[in-house]
Design a protein around this ligand. Sequence first.
Ligand code: S3P
Length: 428
Amino acid sequence: MGRVRAPGDKSISHRALIFGALAQGLTRIEGLLEGDDVLRTAEAMRRFGAQVENLGGGSWQVQGQGGLAEPDDIIDCGNAGTGVRLILGAAAGYDLAATFTGDASLRGRPMNRVMKPLRDMGATFLGRSGGRLPLTLKGGGLKAISYRLPEPSAQVKSAVLLAGLNAQGLTQVIEPEATRDHTERMLRAFGAEVRVEDRPDGRYIDLAGGQGLTGTAIRVPGDPSSAAFPLVAALITPGSEVTVEGVLLNVLRTGLFETLREMGADLTLSHVRDEGGEQVGDVTARYGPLKGVDVPAGRAPSMIDEYPILAVAAACADGVTRMRGIGEMRVKESDRIALMATGLAACGVGVEEEPEGLIVVGRTGGNHGVQGGARIETHGDHRIAMSHLVLGLTSEAPVAIDEAGMIATSFPGFGTLMAGLGADIFPS
Ligand code: S3P
């Protein structure tokens, strides 16, 4: 029970630092997510020549140099796929060499998806087999391309657009399915011109090369992907009511809220307002019965990081929930389809894993809860960890996770915030 603020949005936080470094002049950021992923991006931008200063209380300042300079050491992006892929795109436009690495999870994730279009533009890469980190980029001398995204990925879109800023000609990205548009919005906020057009075969995004960015003020809204954890906790824990304030409500990010409503969730919005060009609002969740649903595959891009916690809600719902078209979940911080299937099954929940889907059989009709009682292998994935801890709030026996430190990559203070709402989460 209670009111909390979600930490700053991770996607917008990475972008604010990178754009601030690319820009000429001062960028002031309020509400930056101070999780490990974003702090790595702040450090990376310092290495590329920007002055990045933490002013305290979520306020940060970036003095950009109007471009990136060659770093004098390896860039370690930690756990952050968004950080490394966006920085690769941004750095590709400059005549520099830079070597990137990350933690074990990031070193296992596919970078080919950004290297392919960046190579087409003229960048050179030398990396491990399978397009894995560590890898070295040699940038500069780029030519614009038109690129149709083979997978719905805002990271790839953003990498190409950021490279396009310093490419000769008109860069075009075509998205068959619209993904989060924070890069397009932020490019405009920093003074660039971006044209977006919806056509029958997808969304066309055009950006002319050679445009300079100018520093600006950015206010980072609360992260809907983090707000999801206390909100779902309230929906499945008898007697609960939780309000998360200042949550980003960009429609390309709110697929989870739509799905939860279809499941019968008591989820209400209040104080909806425009903040710095994004819609934000307070989201209130109250405990109540949920029913299983079929989640439309086309909704995946707007809730791709939220399927693990949706699977937890589904485990507590009446009936079957089918999640399909979610193959991208397999290449996140972990193979999230496999880990949710294993974790839920270990907690006594009926699950079926598909190559690109997950089916969860909720507690059909009876009033028995989820059994729980398992120790979950998280493979260092913050969202797998938080999802199972939330499940443990209503399970008959407690749920334990193998490691909790990585939760701070996206949600520093998660345990304290949840404890403040009455959750019994403690180190075992
Ligand atoms: C992000 C895009 C998504 C998402 C990630 C953040 C972004 O990844 O999963 O957490 O900020 O652009 P993909 O673009 O690979 O789908």
